[in-house]
Design a protein around this ligand. Sequence first.
Ligand code: A3P
Length: 340
Amino acid sequence: MAASIGDDDLAEPIVVSSLPLETRFLPLQLRQHGGFWFPETILPGIAAVRARFAPRPSDVFLASFPKSGTTWLKALAFATAHRADHPPRAPDHPLRLRNPHDCVEFLEVPYALDPTADAFAALPSPRVIATHMPYPLLPERVTAEGAGCKVVYVCRDPKDAFVSMWLFAKKTAAAAAAEAANDDEPRPVPTPFSMEEAFELFCDGRCPAGPQWPHVSSYWEGSQRRPEKVLFLRYEEMLRDPVGNVRKLAEFMGCAFSEEEEAAGVARDIVELCSIDALKNMEVNQSGAQEYVKNEAFFRKGVAGDWSNHMTPAMAARLDGIVEDALQGSGFAFAAAEST
Ligand code: A3P
């Protein structure tokens, strides 16, 4: 079922407390808006972005459904865009000192913390900014013909995205439980949910930025309509040919590798710097933390097909069936990822 995005649905301002509520995806409270479910703490940020964010024609947005390769795309795009100032082999490269999420911020997060401030105003152009917002919820100022902004989307097989999301949610729930236990004021301690409970919620689209499939197909449609402005990447393809995909990314962002850079192996150096093993072993990613989870939680296996170690064949067939039915007639299929 495609997300129905009516004008009324997206009317500003969002009255968060009046939106449908889902409390089972612990530790988050989700609310439905514009056909998608979001953590309720983020919704004021989405509304503020839509009302107030001022894009620049040179902006590049890195978009994704959660647990689909966001961290990797952030690292690759940051390293590619800033390679003149920060050569990928430099020992003090920002990605060796900071987590990719601290190098490229999510658009909606600072707006959720302070809807009136423009946290991105001070960033020099060209800005690289991430988002989990679905394509139809991006401000028209970003997606309109003539806006100039570019969008790079990374998509992942829904089964792998689900398994990654469930395992990540268990970690965030454990972190929230530890924090709650340390609080002076007693408050409810979130208990981790089972794989089966998480699966039911995912199949129903009741997860952060869910349902996953219209999130993906909305960007795919955008990339079909405006290929020069929306680049659609597949996580599985990036694993298969990381250097080729970094070249594609650089070209799309308007900073293709020169012959000299190709001869010097700069694209390969960027892939190496941003590989899961390299990032996982960096001190900042072993000991540092985001507000709600340790940095190490963002780097697990980083492979395609790990779902088969967690889901039963029946679960996989059910999710594949739901997705296939929902995407009928859209022109998009996840299966293409396996056949390319
Ligand atoms: P798994 O849990 O399947 O291992 P996101 O960045 O959107 O939160 O997605 C997280 C997923 O991307 C996790 O998948 C994680 O291991 C994987 N990942 C993180 N960094 C990566 C990298 N540099 N290369 C490939 N995959 C990476």
